[in-house]
Design a protein. Structure first.
Length: 177
């Protein structure tokens, strides 16, 4: 029987190093990571998402997590969660619909890491807006995590510094499993 899979969420605003950290953690742990589906959506659709796309994006992200679970070795690294889709829905569309809210509320992770927006902001075609939006979303994310009572750890600095900060957190998570 396969042991329970631990899931690590990496959250943060645009251009804050989530994908870079996810790939590095997966490599370090000898496991797999689930890339952010939103990036693929924007590339394949050639446009930014609309309000009616939000639930599809979040549910596809979770479907990708389920698909990757079989290939994971003890830990699955998740580059974003439906909670970020909720925050961006609020920012761009004035709120989230009930199915998206329910999806975000029902999705839980064993460890939540937040990438601080302290790396240089880099434009990325259609997907990224501005440094000001990045800082706003970051503050909203911290507020939302606090409001939901989700324990989280904010990571600062370079990738190397962030990996050092995550080491004891991952050690504690693996020891508790």
């Amino acid at each position: 029987m396969k042991a329970a899979l631990l899931r690590v969420a990496i959250l943060g605003a645009e251009s804050s190093g989530k994908s870079t950290l996810a790939a590095a953690l997966a490599e370090r742990l000898g496991t797999v990571w689930v890339p952010e589906y939103l990036r693929e959506f924007v590339e394949t659709q050639g446009r930014v998402p609309l309000a009616q796309d939000q639930f599809f994006i979040a549910s596809t992200q979770l479907a990708r997590e389920r698909e990757a679970s079989d290939a994971a070795h003890g830990v699955l690294i998740c580059d974003t969660t439906p909670l970020m889709t909720v925050l961006y829905s609020r920012h761009y569309f004035g709120g989230e619909d009930a199915p998206l809210a329910a999806l975000a509320a029902s999705t839980h992770y064993d460890l939540t890491l937040v990438t601080a927006p302290d790396t240089p902001w880099v434009a990325d075609g259609l997907q990224r807006e501005s440094e000001a939006v990045r800082q706003l979303i970051y503050r909203q994310l911290l507020d939302e995590l606090a409001a939901r009572g989700i324990a989280h750890h904010v990571l600062h600095g370079s990738l190397a510094q962030r990996l050092v900060q995550t080491a004891p957190l991952l050690d504690a998570l693996l020891a508790s499993a």
